[in-house]
Design a protein around this ligand. Structure first.
Ligand SMILES: N[C@@H](CCC(=O)N[C@@H](CS)C(=O)NCC(=O)O)C(=O)O
Length: 228
């Protein structure tokens, strides 16, 4: 059994998609980051970075004590290895899934996160910051568009790399992106959106929380945290 510490944001959906795809038994443990539940001492023991998602695996493969993990990329990789699915086999397929997973974690996710911040949440509209992150987002969409040319998925089969990038690219309309300029991404988004496991994951999320995470009240919880 896996406990998934989750809220309805792109990073949260990544492991939820994998758990649904692999039909791994799990319990959803909501962490409402809009009201500060990420600072609960019990949660910080699992996720010292005060961010969700995080998991606890109560039945790790080595038969030992429960294992906890934070960082969505590490969680995806761990759960995929545990399920024996969604990491291509062979040295080359495996390295491709890993490099695009790292690309999402180190590039696409953080840049789109800053894009959202400056375009939608910052108290001042700072043209330089908005333009910088929209342009960087467009560059990254260009990289993904070229990668998907002649390929159904990011690696040669549906993998953790797709599960990492999809929840972020799904929000293209909030990122200064014209999706018609990226036909391969548009086709890839539609293919993933139609997967029953992905539909189940988003239905679960909507059921848990239909309100946007970054409300006016949430801004003071989420932004400007500084050193605690
Ligand atoms: N690199 C981390 C980022 C996780 C992250 O930023 N989570 C956000 C929501 S998307 C969060 O929990 N924020 C709570 C906070 O800012 O206090 C991952 O991929 O897991």
């Amino acid at each position: 059994m896996i406990d998934l510490y989750f809220w309805t944001t792109p990073n949260g959906y990544k492991p939820l998609i994998l758990l649904e795809e692999s039909q791994t038994p799990y319990r959803l443990r909501p962490v409402n980051i809009s009201i500060g539940e990420q600072f609960a001492p019990e949660f910080l023991k699992i996720s010292p970075n005060n961010r969700m998602p995080a998991i606890v695996d109560h039945e790790p493969a080595d038969g030992g004590e429960p294992v906890s993990l934070f960082e969505s990329g590490a969680i995806l990789w761990y759960l995929a290895e545990r399920a024996g699915r969604f990491i291509p086999s062979g040295l080359r397929g495996r390295k491709t899934a890993l490099e695009w997973l790292m690309w999402q974690m180190g590039g696409l996710g953080p840049m789109l996160g800053q894009n959202h911040h400056f375009a939608h949440y910052a108290p001042q509209k700072l043209p330089y910051a908005i333009e910088r992150y929209v342009k960087e987002s467009q560059r990254l969409y260009g990289v993904l568009e070229r990668r998907l040319e002649g390929r159904a998925f990011i690696a040669d089969e549906y993998s953790v790399a797709d599960m990492a990038a999809y929840p972020w690219c799904l929000l293209w309309h909030r990122q200064g992106i014209e999706i018609d300029e990226f036909p391969n991404i548009k086709r890839w988004l539609a293919a993933i959106e139609a997967r029953p496991a992905v539909m189940r994951a988003y239905a679960l999320g909507k059921n848990l929380n239909a309100v946007p995470t970054v409300t006016e009240a949430a801004k003071s919880v989420l932004f400007g945290q500084g050193r605690r």
